[in-house]
Design a protein around this ligand. Structure first.
Ligand SMILES: N[C@@H](CCC(=O)N[C@@H](CS)C(=O)NCC(=O)O)C(=O)O
Length: 245
């Protein structure tokens, strides 16, 4: 195990399941190759390489993380691997490690992935109501906020304590997605949780992460759906209408 590992993160050229990881690497100044698979050309590179498990991981799905000669598949498994490999949990109790891993997956799977899947709704569930799905997702997210708030530590600005853990980056990414597509109604609900609001301000104002995002290093789209950007206003309109009624 070298002190300067060769790190490659492979994912589609969108935020999806991987942006929390990208943000972690950028903010921690860990050098990594951000190998983004194209989404604008009918996924041609992906289609051509999907069967090569050295490229696509053992389940032929992304993200895949390669650290030196170790290839890691599955988002949660990547997070757990990074916690160990970069000794991120030095003084953390077993219970806290379990809780932080759970938070990684909750933020990723129950927020980011659900919103991203909503953009594919016309493909996966033809005829289903986009507005109804958007409102269901908002309800699901807001139901999680009390538990997230409770999970904040007594000391330290972050879920990780004095420094962010991977869970902070995953949740920050998920919350940023929600405030983008759900706009004011989401922000108003979120801000009712003082702890979460303070945590979000701390994450928003991390200088390196802020610059990484401001400099346009983060993809714009959350999903690989070609018309996603046109669906953002529809998402916001569905949520706004629900709150107006
Ligand atoms: N359980 C996996 C799911 C990974 C997954 O579904 N990845 C999608 C992109 S978000 C993918 O690779 N899709 C391409 C395909 O299935 O061909 C994880 O959490 O990492």
């Amino acid at each position: 195990m070298s002190d300067s590992p060769v790190v490659v993160l492979r994912y589609f050229n969108c935020r999806g399941r991987a942006q929390g990881l990208r943000n972690f690497f950028a903010d921690s100044s860990i050098a990594f190759t951000d190998d983004r698979v194209g989404i604008d050309d009918g996924f041609v590179d992906w289609i051509n390489n999907k069967k090569n498990t050295a490229y696509s991981g053992m389940f032929a799905r992304l993200p895949v993380l390669v650290v030196d000669d170790c290839t890691v598949s599955e988002t949660l498994s990547i997070a757990v691997f990074l916690n160990e490999r970069f000794a991120l949990y030095a003084d953390t109790s077993e219970q806290r490690k379990a809780d932080l891993n759970a938070l990684v997956f909750s933020a990723c799977q129950d927020i980011s992935v659900r919103v991203a899947e909503c953009f594919w709704l016309d493909v996966t569930h033809p005829g289903a109501s986009f507005s109804d799905r958007a409102i269901t997702i908002l309800s699901g997210v807001t139901a999680l906020l009390p538990a997230y708030n409770k999970l904040l530590p007594e000391k330290g600005a972050y879920f990780g304590g004095n420094a962010p853990a991977l869970a902070d980056y995953f949740l920050h990414e998920a919350v940023d997605l929600c405030r983008t597509v759900m706009e004011d109604p989401f922000t108003e609900i979120f801000d009712q949780y003082d702890g979460l609001a303070r945590w979000l301000a701390a994450m928003d104002n991390r200088p390196i992460l802020k610059r990484y995002i401001a400099d346009g290093n983060r993809p714009t789209q959350f999903s690989g759906k070609p018309d996603e950007l046109k669906l953002w206003p529809q998402f916001a309109a569905a949520v706004a209408e629900k709150f107006a009624s």
